[in-house]
Design a protein around this ligand. Structure first.
Ligand code: NI
Ligand code: MN
Length: 229
């Protein structure tokens, strides 16, 4: 059994017998997040790309937990320069870690870390396939609809797909519905919506369409809500 906890935006915790992983832990400055970075207990942190709403509290959480950060090579190098231990990977690459099997997937988006002083190029953005305790979870990261999702659906039996539906910066609901048809996951959890007005969406309406037009289940998680698979 693997427990997925929605922390708000694209931030999730994935916990099983094998380990505990956070993906894109953006909590500080996240208007919908409830958890505090110091409450997060993990073995590893997976980061899809360098945008601040995904890197979030990665450095603080990694240091608190002595946790390893897995990210695309350029982003991993940047995070290593912040003093955390990293494992660089890149798209198409997979690796069996103690906490999970992880594979980096394509995402069609940008990736740079920007703060008041500098802009750091952080390589290509990615999504993650994460297999823990025999359950396969797909976190799409920030992406538009891409034909590669058809390949993921053909090659993998995805138990849970976390898909952005916010539009503007990523897929909106129409394209996310097409993604579900290609990925054919057992269950879908929408993410990356309602954090700000710019990405306001009705996740229940999206899930109704998923249930009506596909064979996938669809679950709207409240912030702090969990789904077990
Ligand atoms: Ni982004
Ligand atoms: Mn984003």
């Amino acid at each position: 059994m693997v427990k997925i906890t929605f922390l708000g935006h694209a931030a999730v915790l994935i916990e099983g017998k094998q380990g505990r992983v956070a993906v894109d832990p953006f909590l500080t400055g996240n208007p919908i997040a409830k958890a505090k970075p110091e409450e997060i207990q993990v073995d590893a942190i997976l980061v899809t790309h360098g945008h601040s709403d995904h890197v979030g509290d990665t450095v603080a959480i990694a240091k608190n937990n002595n946790a390893m950060v897995v990210a695309p090579y350029e982003l991993a190098n940047f995070l290593a320069s912040q003093g955390v231990s990293v494992h660089p990977m890149h798209i198409g690459g997979s690796r069996e870690f103690a906490f999970a099997w992880v594979k980096l997937t394509t995402a069609s988006h940008g990736s740079a870390y920007v703060d008041e002083e500098k802009t750091v190029y952080t390589g290509n953005p990615c999504g993650f396939l994460i297999k823990m305790d025999g359950k396969l979870i797909y976190h799409a990261g920030d992406t538009g609809l891409i034909a590669d999702m058809e390949i993921l659906g053909r090659l993998h039996k995805i138990d849970v797909a976390l898909l952005p539906i916010g539009d503007n910066f990523t897929m909106g609901p129409d394209d996310a519905l097409e993604a579900v048809k290609m990925l054919k996951p057992k269950a879908v959890i929408p993410m990356h919506y309602n954090t700000w007005d710019l990405i306001a969406q009705d996740p229940q309406a999206f899930c109704s369409r998923v249930k009506a037009e596909t064979n996938s289940q669809c679950v709207v998680l409240e912030v702090g809500g969990t789904y077990e698979v």
